[in-house]
Design a protein around this ligand. Structure first.
Ligand code: MHO
Length: 233
């Protein structure tokens, strides 16, 4: 155990630029409110085709909301995805399959089930999927669909919340406040660390993401520890 702790604490900031923080390809945005944004950040961050994620507040009317004063805003996740690798329809399926708040009547606005669309095609797909779900739920669904407005990024400590629990790993990855919102690698690890994404995908990702063997080994241990438990908030 001691040896393990020492190993982790010895992780040095990367000496080369091989870590895959920046992925410079054309992306589209998707924005969803589906309860506490910590878990959604992990869920989408580890999804193939998702390039970057950040969490924040949107959907309301007041300016500059913050966590302790959301007023009419909702916790949302903003996703940058590669439409050649994952479709908006795939993301919508994940939206419907991974939260239960659409049926709750007395939910705080903070956790509103919400789809904020960025273009006409997204609106149509969102409304079509909503119609199917609404029939399945006998008209009880509370999910709202609206055009995406201003997105206010949440405070730094909410970004890649699960990853930030691993301070030495974060330090070894050279994560700063900007990278917490833009790093591809951070989005992926934030999911893997809580047991999402699966071992096979992680092993394929190790080299691509530029992880050292020590970093990879640390993530493997966490994946095993958390297997199957990823989404609790
Ligand atoms: N259960 C968590 C929710 C946080 S979330 C960002 C808490 O009570 O702090 O809404």
């Amino acid at each position: 155990m001691l040896r393990f702790i020492r190993q982790v604490c010895n992780m040095k900031p990367p000496s080369n630029a091989s870590l895959l923080h920046d992925v410079d390809i054309p992306t589209k945005k998707a924005t969803f409110g589906m309860g506490c944004f910590w878990s959604n950040d992990s869920l989408f961050g580890v999804t193939p085709g998702v390039i970057r994620t950040r969490v924040g507040y949107s959907g309301g009317t007041t300016k500059n909301p913050h966590y302790r004063n959301l007023v009419d805003h909702t916790e949302v996740i903003e996703i940058d995805y590669d439409p050649k690798s994952v479709t908006y329809g795939d993301l919508l399926n994940m939206f419907w399959a991974n939260h239960e708040y659409g049926l709750t009547t007395n939910l705080k606005r903070q956790y509103q089930s919400l789809i904020l669309y960025h273009e006409e095609e997204q609106r149509q797909l969102a409304e079509a999927s909503h119609k199917v779900m609404q029939e399945r739920c006998n008209g009880q669904l509370r999910t709202e669909i609206a055009p995406a407005g201003i997105f206010y990024p949440a405070e730094d400590y909410h970004q890649k919340y699960r990853l930030q629990g691993h301070k030495d790993l974060c330090r070894s990855l050279g994560l700063d406040s900007k990278k917490l919102q833009t790093s591809h690698l951070a989005a992926r690890l934030n999911g893997y660390l809580v047991g999402l994404g699966g071992k096979a995908q992680f092993e394929q990702d190790v080299v691509r993401l530029g992880l050292t063997e020590k970093q990879a080994e640390y993530v493997r241990r966490e994946m095993e520890r958390n297997e199957g438990g990823g989404l609790a908030c």
